[in-house]
Design a protein around this ligand. Structure first.
Ligand code: ZN
Length: 368
């Protein structure tokens, strides 16, 4: 009888309790991933700063977060080069958390495919190709990355740049347009092969975003680091981005609870209209800092907390609600992808686009 009872307990444990344990374990994991995906990079000089949105939202959060899990990284056999003509150097890329070695040009094509709609004009795609190549070369020049020490770049768009494997995933991405779009994207990479953006002969942190709000943000306004080639410049055509105007409305109580989690001492009493003070804006119009319930916050922090599309926001309140209206999509620094599209449609070349968005730079050939 005792033995039967013992067996029953074992069976109950295996059938009911053990899976609950597993479930908790698995649940813990995605929560960490979410934190990773909303993380903002504070300084473009030690890691990229795409923190956000690009014109092509193909990278889903799960994939992006998975890329951070370097514990699962495995080395794979090097991929074949994109074409026989491709003699570009090898690059180690962390894709879905696995380190893969591929040619620089294969990486560039995959990054353009993931970062910009293939329907964009050729010169915009070429500008994107040069930006992606430049960023990889720039990252290589920095040496080991703490997040992915075995790879130069990863496919997490909040950290490096999104990436898709054009050889295997083009169909999934584009369906019956896969062949045409692959050809178009590869042409943008091939026609700019070996070209990068330089400032005083060094590769730049070629950061980009989906859409500015008529003017890009200077790096110093967003990340606090003054980068001479990431100044605020005019940007036309951003409003073609479908996410250009957006708004987030929260109930006052919801907002209070959200902020209290992070700042237990925050003073959110009285009417919501009294909660926001000392709002400071950049030359481009983005909120650089403000006080919320007496606590000083950066615009990037408010953006992150409330998952706003950009720091270019206004705040309006009623007695019971708070509304944030944003313009633009992404951090606003460097090249605007919709701005690049607009310039290309206006007859500008990829070189003109890049040299417009990255102040004082030029497009150069990568030293052999
Ligand atoms: Zn990365």
């Amino acid at each position: 009888m005792k033995r039967l009872l013992f067996l029953t307990i074992i069976v109950v444990f295996l059938v009911y309790l053990a899976p609950i344990g597993f479930h908790f374990y698995q649940n813990g994991h995605p929560a960490e991933q979410e934190i990773h995906t909303v993380q903002n990079v504070e300084n473009p000089s030690d890691s990229q700063a795409l923190d956000g949105q690009n014109a092509n939202k193909t990278a889903d959060d799960a994939d992006a977060a998975q890329a951070a899990d370097e514990k699962t990284a495995e080395k794979q056999a090097p991929d074949a080069a994109a074409s026989e003509k491709d003699t570009s150097p090898a690059l180690r890329v962390s894709v879905n958390g696995r380190v893969r070695e591929m040619s620089l040009e294969e990486y560039v094509a995959g990054a353009v495919a993931a970062e910009m709609p293939a329907s964009f004009p050729d010169e915009a795609l070429k500008a994107q190709a040069v930006a992606a190549r430049t960023y990889a070369v720039y990252k290589q020049s920095l040496g080991r990355d703490e997040k992915h020490p075995d790879a130069v770049v990863c496919d997490d768009y909040t950290h490096c740049a999104a990436f898709v494997d054009l050889k295997n995933d083009a169909e999934e991405l584009w369906g019956n347009k896969a062949e045409a779009w692959t050809k178009k994207i590869r042409a943008a990479a091939e026609q700019t092969a070996g070209k990068i953006v330089t400032y005083h002969d060094a590769p730049i942190a070629a950061v980009f975003h989906a859409a500015a709000a008529k003017q890009t943000e200077a790096a110093v306004s967003v990340w606090g680091a003054d980068v001479p080639y990431l100044e605020s410049v005019s940007s036309a055509g951003d409003d073609a981005c479908p996410e250009y105007d957006s708004e987030v409305t929260l109930r006052a109580e919801e907002f209070r609870q959200l902020l209290l989690k992070k700042y237990p001492d925050i003073n959110l009493t009285g009417l919501p209209k009294t909660w926001f003070t000392e709002v400071q804006s950049s030359e481009a119009g983005g909120v650089t800092s403000c006080k919320v319930g007496g606590i000083a916050m950066k615009g990037t922090e408010v953006r992150e907390l409330l998952q706003l599309n950009s720091t270019h926001f206004t705040i309006s309140t009623t007695d019971s609600t708070i509304t944030f209206r944003t313009q633009g999509y992404g951090h606003g620094v460097g090249m605007s992808q919709y701005g690049a599209k607009h310039m290309a449609e206006d007859g500008k070349t990829f070189t003109e686009i890049l040299e417009h968005y990255y102040t004082g730079t030029k497009v150069s050939d990568l030293a052999a």
